[in-house]
Design a protein around this ligand. Structure first.
Ligand code: CTP
Length: 220
């Protein structure tokens, strides 16, 4: 691959967590830092792609001129931002840890403590990768992530089909040094007909492995 390998290609990437508000000062979120999504954005950009990065709340920044960042907070905002950009993108990478549920109602004032228990009713958020999977055209290539604790490969394969992905990157929580908040990651890439396992590496190197394989599949 060269710095021009993805010239003329647009890559849409989701990254980071989403925050689902409970009231003006509280939210439901998760420990995603966005590191993997930002590393992928920089790697694609370094190989000439025009990158559209739709990012949930994170402290990360990128100064690469080929990366345009759209910051969002909730899953709904992320979905809208993705929908706006998806048609024009050749490659979709869903690296965000989207909250699966959000509070059914958002209190307009801070919830005061009262009683020993508090129940918050949750409703399902849109599955961005799956919704987009239904619209995917023949020329588009989509990549998802899966974080599993058991039946890892089988669950990841199931997600590959359900979300109409071309490739899924499996992170195992069993691997020390992999996953949330680490600078390293150990992945397995699963395709319909193949499985590729990789060593524990820095997230920038993991991004390179993923981008290499996407390049092979989209230029083969
Ligand atoms: N994803 C998404 N929108 C959601 C949930 C997930 O786009 N509302 C994407 C993630 O970015 C990732 C893939 O789908 O690429 C898998 O996400 P994951 O949370 O592991 O899978 P779920 O389908 O939510 O299944 P579960 O949480 O039950 O394992």
């Amino acid at each position: 691959m060269t710095e021009k390998s993805f010239k003329g290609k647009t890559v849409l990437i989701t990254a980071g967590p989403t925050y689902e508000p409970i009231d003006p000062v509280r939210f439901i979120g998760n420990h995603s830092t966005g590191k993997m999504g930002y590393a992928l954005a920089e790697c694609f950009a370094a190989h000439g792609a025009a990158v559209q990065l739709v990012s949930g709340p994170t402290s990360l920044h990128t100064n690469h001129t080929n990366v345009e960042v759209k910051r969002v907070t909730t899953a709904e905002e992320m979905y809208k931002a993705v929908l706006k950009r998806a048609d024009a993108a050749d490659i979709w990478v869903f690296a965000a840890a989207v909250a699966d549920y959000r509070p059914k109602t958002v209190a307009d004032k801070k919830i005061k403590k009262a009683g020993d228990e508090l129940t918050i009713e949750l409703v399902k958020n849109v599955d961005i990768a799956a919704a987009l999977g239904k619209e995917k055209e023949e020329w588009q290539f989509s990549v998802g992530f899966a974080l599993e604790t058991d039946n890892e490969a089988a669950n990841a394969r199931e997600k590959l089909r359900k979300k109409n992905l071309d490739m899924i990157v499996l992170n195992s929580l069993k691997d020390p040094g992999a996953g949330f908040a680490h600078d390293t990651n150990k992945i397995t890439i699963i395709e319909e007909e193949a499985t590729h396992t990789f060593e524990l590496k820095k997230k920038s190197e993991v991004a390179q492995d993923i981008v290499d394989l996407i390049w092979k599949r989209t230029n083969g």
